[in-house]
Ligand binder design. Sequence first.
Ligand code: ATP
Length: 235
Amino acid sequence: MSLLSLRGLTKSYDGVRAVDDVSLEVGPGEVRALIGPNGAGKTTLVGLVCGRIAADAGQVVLDGQDITALPAHRRTRLGMAYTFQITSIYARLPVSENVALAARPHMTAGQVPGAVAQVIDQVGLTRYCDALAGDLSYGHQRLVEIAMGLVSAPRLLILDEPTQGLSEVEIAAFKDLIRGMAGRCAILLIEHNMDVVMALAERVTVLSAGALLFEGTPEEVRADPGVQAAYLGAP
Ligand code: ATP
């Protein structure tokens, strides 16, 4: 059974369909990339998935449960976590405290320190544990956010352009991190960097003008003329 099912999701702004009747299925532990040109509706779609945006029509189903009407915080309790393009860390708090804040709603006080230490190690930031988050490089701050997402042991992690603004070295570290998580949680990855998509995604969903244009393996997507015209060939 799919972990995440989207059925006919639709959202319009002022009569313009930002997301137009999109259906897709993501399996447990799958890494799914979501790509498409600027304005294709990717951010709106993940906003609908995580409950930050209310759908006009359609359903969001997580592990068989219809969560379309649930607010975002209820969805996180059901095993959904996300990071967005804009960083959400507290710059004046230590890295460990940022991650602890994300952990507390999901576990007992006694479980927090161990869980925090484990995910900070997983993202490779142990030596920055006590540093103020605001003193870290941009790339390391993005890793702190991923740690904040992972600490709740989500079944679905949504990453909105996680490699934007990262150096090549940081992108390589990000790829290693995601590969190291293989199968442990499903990942919905909005990503403009096609090297990252090709390296990590099992399947790729292509949006164009709000609608689902194509879905397939990275190789199939790369070879599809329609995708090339709509996306890969776009400036
Ligand atoms: P990008 O890659 O540039 O982030 P995207 O694929 O994430 O783009 P969205 O940000 O979801 O695309 O936008 C889809 C469409 O919906 C665009 O035409 C955008 O202008 C419009 N849109 C998005 N949010 C709003 C809003 N709050 N009000 C009005 N229009 C919006």
